[in-house]
Design a protein around this ligand. Sequence first.
Ligand SMILES: Cc1ncc(COP(=O)(O)O)c(C=O)c1O
Length: 444
Amino acid sequence: MTATAFKPVDPNNLEALWMPFTANRQFKKKPRLLARAKGMHYYTPDGREILDGTAGLWCVNAGHGREKIVEAIAKQAGTMDYAPGFQMGHPIQFEFASRLQAMLPGDLDKVFFTNSGSESVDTALKIALAYHRAKGQGQRVRFIGRERGYHGVGFGGISVGGMVANRKQFGLQLPYVDHLPSTHLPDKNRFVRGQPEHGAELADALEKLIALHDASTIAAVIVEPLAGSTGVLVPPKGYLQRLRAICDAHGILLIFDEVITGFGRLGASFAAEKFGVTPDLMTVAKGITNAAVPMGAVFARKELYDAMMNGPENMIELFHGYTYSGHPLACAAGLATLDIYREEGLFERAAGLAPYWEDAVHSLKSRRNVVDVRNLGLVAGIELDPRKGMPTARAYDVLVDCFDAGVLVRTTGDIVALSPPLIVEKPQIDRIVDTLGQAIDRAA
Ligand SMILES: Cc1ncc(COP(=O)(O)O)c(C=O)c1O
């Protein structure tokens, strides 16, 4: 007799799964399934090839099914599948942390492992609070995020985040949070290539918030150097430098959320390097393992770590961590991923392709209903005029049309976001842009 728990099921049943960030009922009526992936392509269960214009979800930076990563994961699984990371360690997590440390910009120095971008954000916020407490400034409990920011889906992340839909369904958020205005100035910066000229002064809103709340209550400011999920908002020239200077003047920590911009997306290791601004804490995930095994990390300046190394040595210094922090399989995937990035020069490759990418995506400017195009590195946002009374419908039609035509794009609101793997070839860029252009034309 089969135990009830193991009774046979229909493998094609779509109803058991509650899908994340998905219109479940609409999707299950007409599913879009991906069954296999290699290089620049996904394949549907019936074998149709789909060109990946989004690196999965901004994460498969080295392209799909990389053998070196697959082998490293398999080897590690056979050597040691899992080991506890609390009061115990395993060699590969130290090796991976050292490799990451060696590539960090400025004086970022310490690596704390998590399993996702959301966990990295909550970890960074907690480290900021713990640091100020350790320095005798426990009254610094306030966080400043930014309108249209996306910092994942934990309570910390949605509180400092500024994407309204991600907040309003839940009502409850962290207290003591305020927001900077978004850096999006469509009237001044429409169809700008790369970093906009206008908007650095928006950083001065931080001075106003400091005057309102008093610096002594503020722990940290958190921003994405380039906001991705809200539809690709490129930082105005000088903006991040100004934020850095204001934070420094007031003893406020600056956190860069580089979950998307880390690991080559902008043609540099990190946005911090690209823009020449070093934060006190940096959050990463996605490209850290080429998405082959979930992983995230927080990078911290040495001073933050040292501030907490003061009590008795037998005491745990930071009461925080995850069962899977520094998971051996993730570390193995991460080491192989860094090898590929270095050996194939993928960050430099992204920088080299960026001008071609820029020309290609800006060729969409003249298509009807395109109201803005924004780009940097190998990222682009193509903003469409919403259909009257039906926000998001036009972009959704474009997504479905592109998928039917064999190209994967991503949409957020009425903005199409593109971020191909860094191994993309020029003819593939042309194909992504041509297919998108035709889909936009059809989405009347
Ligand atoms: C800037 C940023 N932070 C945090 C996250 C959340 O990452 P995850 O989905 O791995 O929790 C994302 C995801 O896209 C992101 O773009």
